[in-house]
Design a protein around this ligand. Structure first.
Ligand code: NAD
Length: 714
């Protein structure tokens, strides 16, 4: 028996029956990870195993309840210097796992929770895979999300086990699947309740040693398509077309390389197939895309860890109240209900509350359609929200989230009413997108309990929230907001209380520039196309239509009064459009026209209302330059003003709050990549040509003079 004297997170023990148990248990951590030390120890254990003849079987398990193995520690990925090191790293991991896969001794993997990346590849190297029926079980290969492909044999062993189509689906999407789907597609052999996992595995090891002829036959049938070359080519080209529709190979090469690696599993024997895989890992790890995705992944992890370790104790949210059952309120209520938090949702009258409940029902139905919930679970969770039009039930809430209309007087009034009813220790969080928290809490009885908690639309899908302490907010209220956001699965970014906070402020400068281009005669679709080329998921005009021109006009007005001329005058343009009923997607017309929420063309009236002169063509790069630089310059001004603490926070916020292309890593990674002096030069030229709004932020000029960068090079 060996404990884990060096603390590498792996123990092993051989019992009297000759069963070697490998137990992953990373010290001081809720999750298990593979790193150089764990892989090395695993290699040594398996090497020693090959020299023994008293071992009859191997069990691989985790000591952490509800968790198996989250894969390779990204710090290892981040530390790889070049293609050679990366390919070598993959090769070494492959060799360790191959020792297990080729051992004459059978092995079984007990998956009792999350099992991702390298963890799932370790499972593939075992003879048998069993998983428990607990809801935490998720299996997936998320490597493409870090800009790489599975590198420890996953691209070669997965198709051999579950076939071509399913492998492509799992690895290209990076999605995680539950136990029942894993069983259905043959990724695991059995599902058994946790207490019986070990016993069942031992029985399998004793009885079969190897998958029987029936199992192998079933695998062959499952993969008829993969085995017939013309059919295989057809499937791969279909998936390639889907990949092409979503990702440009220069921006996101990994999904394309997944196709190549999985195809190699059919055209080559295992060993040369593994070579192809490690070579592809070597190609991808040093790319800008993978570097940026890894930095963002680490940054999100760090932000969550910091939120969990704030000095003050958060208040546990056993009951939540949401005031305002509109788009945002109903979304927040539904998200909390999906985590089994009882919610009291309030609105002004029966019509409004019914609208909110209907919106939620549609949200649940959509989540069921997308496979996120079983219909039975959705129905059970929906019952966690109790609607009200008076204040019943609100007094018991630990946290009240206000999501009423964006109007200071209304928000202050709601706060006053709520404060009369809730306990002194309850926290009041406003979902305002622009109004200073200080002003919302100006007349509060307990301003120390008032905090900003800014979710983004659509609430269930946007991973970011901004947490905004007012000048008098207590650390406990901030801790409560941050921890509750994390509990809902969000990444909280701490932002200083100022108009528009971080994300909306930067966004507004960007949208303003788009409106200016339109005012100069550049086409709506030309502007949107340019930004999609840059990598944004939608162009600025499409985005404005989605947000709603009425909503935006209020936000623009707040920023214009705060930042004056620099913030432009888009409020009046948006107001003119809104007054004509052009509200965007929700009213069927805005900058574009819509039928059933689908875009059917641009709205020529919009150009007229904006006063756009005859159409003028500008090169795509010019459009991009003006829009992108207006955004990144304002990000620098925000950093200078202390709106965010560090570049990392702004990069995470812009990528996960606005869709700034993740392969570019965020505004500050972008500035570093372009070079600070080059960005300062370009901004100065734009300022001379188009006005002072482009004058480079003082911080950028200073950094350029001192040859500094925002990040240490990676
Ligand atoms: P909405 O118009 O869809 O919903 C607002 C709801 O508040 C309505 O149902 C209204 O009846 C209700 N309401 C008004 N006064 C009330 C009162 N006194 N008591 C109870 N309910 C009241 O608006 P929304 O888009 O959900 O926005 C709500 C808040 O969230 C705003 O502060 C907005 O700035 C912010 N926000 C919006 C978005 C977005 O994309 N729409 C994103 C982030 C934040």
């Amino acid at each position: 028996m060996s404990g884990d004297p060096n603390g590498v997170g792996l123990r092993h023990e051989i019992d009297a029956d000759g069963i070697l148990t490998l137990t992953f248990d990373r010290p001081d951590s809720k999750v298990n990870l593979l790193d150089r030390a764990t892989l090395q120890l695993l290699d040594e254990i398996l090497e020693a195993l090959a020299r023994r003849d008293d071992v009859r079987g191997v069990l691989v398990e985790s000591a952490k309840p509800g968790h198996f193995l989250a894969g390779l520690d990204v710090a290892v990925l981040a530390s790889l210097k070049d293609a050679y090191e990366a390919a070598q790293g993959a090769r070494q991991g492959q060799e360790v796992f191959s020792r297990l896969a080729t051992s004459p001794v059978p092995s079984a993997c007990l998956i009792d929770g999350a099992c991702f990346g390298g963890g799932a590849e370790l499972a593939l190297a075992c003879t048998f895979r069993l998983c428990s029926d607990r809801p935490e079980v998720r299996i997936g290969f998320p490597e493409v999300r870090l800009g790489i492909v599975p590198g420890f044999g996953g691209t070669q062993r997965l198709p051999r086990l579950i076939g071509l189509k399913r492998s492509l689906d799992l690895v290209v999407s990076g999605r995680a699947i539950r136990a029942d789907e894993a069983r259905r597609i043959g990724l695991v052999d059995r599902i058994v309740p946790t207490p019986r996992l070990r016993r069942e595995a031992l029985a399998l090891l004793a009885a079969g040693a190897r998958p029987g002829a029936r199992d192998l036959g079933a695998r062959a049938v499952r993969d008829l398509i993969g085995r017939i070359a013309p059919l295989r080519r057809l499937v791969v080209s279909r998936v390639r077309r889907r990949v092409e529709a979503r990702y440009r190979p220069s921006d996101y090469p990994a999904p394309y390389r997944v196709l190549e690696a999985i195809e190699a599993a059919y055209s080559l024997p295992l060993e040369p197939g593994l070579d192809v895989e490690s070579r592809i890992v070597g190609d991808l790890v040093p790319t800008r895309t993978s570097r940026n995705l890894v930095v963002l992944f680490e940054a999100r992890g760090a932000l969550r860890a910091e939120s969990a370790e704030i000095g003050a104790a958060p208040r546990k949210v056993r009951k939540l109240a949401v005031v305002g059952a509109g788009l945002m309120g109903s979304g927040i209520a539904r998200l909390a209900a999906s985590r089994e938090v009882p919610v009291r949702m309030k609105d002004v009258g029966p019509d409004a509350i019914l609208r909110g409940m209907r919106g939620m029902a549609e949200g649940w139905a959509d989540a069921v359609r997308r496979g996120r919930f079983e219909p039975r679970d959705a129905a059970r969770l929906a019952a966690f929200v109790a609607p009200t039009i008076d204040d019943s039930g609100i007094s018991r809430a630990d946290l009240v989230i206000e999501a009423v209309v964006e109007d200071l007087a209304v928000k202050q009034q709601v706060l006053a009413t709520v404060e009369e009813r809730i306990s002194e220790r309850a926290v009041f969080a406003s979902n305002t997108s622009t109004l200073p928290i200080e002003e919302i809490g100006a007349r509060a009885l307990r301003p120390e309990r008032v905090v900003g908690l800014h979710f983004f639309h659509p609430v269930d899908r946007m991973p970011l929230v901004e947490v905004i302490p007012g000048p008098r907010t207590s650390p406990e209220a901030v801790a409560t907001a941050r921890c509750f956001a994390m509990f809902l699965g969000k990444t909280p970014v701490l932002v200083r209380d100022s108009p528009g906070f971080l994300v909306n402020r930067i966004l507004l400068f960007y949208l303003n520039e788009a409106l200016r281009l339109l005012g100069e005669g550049v086409g709506i679709d030309a502007v949107d196309r340019a930004m999609k080329e840059f990598g944004m998921p939608v162009g600025p005009f499409g985005l404005m239509d989605e947000i709603g021109l009425d909503t935006l006009r209020h936000a623009a007005a707040v920023l214009e009064s705060a930042f004056g001329k620099r913030a432009g005058s888009s409020g009046s343009v948006l107001g003119a459009l809104a007054e004509q009923g052009r509200l965007g997607v929700k009213s069927g017309r805005g900058f574009y026209r819509y039928r059933d929420r689908r875009r059917i063309g641009t709205d020529s009236h919009a150009r007229r209302i904006v006063g756009s002169p005859p159409r003028r063509e500008l090169p795509l790069e010019t459009v991009q330059e003006r829009l992108v630089l207006s955004m990144v310059n304002e990000a620098a001004v925000c950093l200078e003003d202390g709106v965010v603490r560090e570049p990392r926070d702004a990069d995470v916020a812009m990528v996960f709050g606005t869709g700034f292309p993740s392969f570019r890593g965020g505004p500050f990674r972008y500035i570093d990549a372009e070079g600070v002096p080059a960005v300062v030069d370009r901004l100065s030229r734009l300022a001379d040509a188009h006005g002072e709004r482009f004058r480079p932020a003082a911080l950028l000029r200073e950094m350029s003079r001192e040859s500094r960068t925002f990040y240490r090079e990676r």
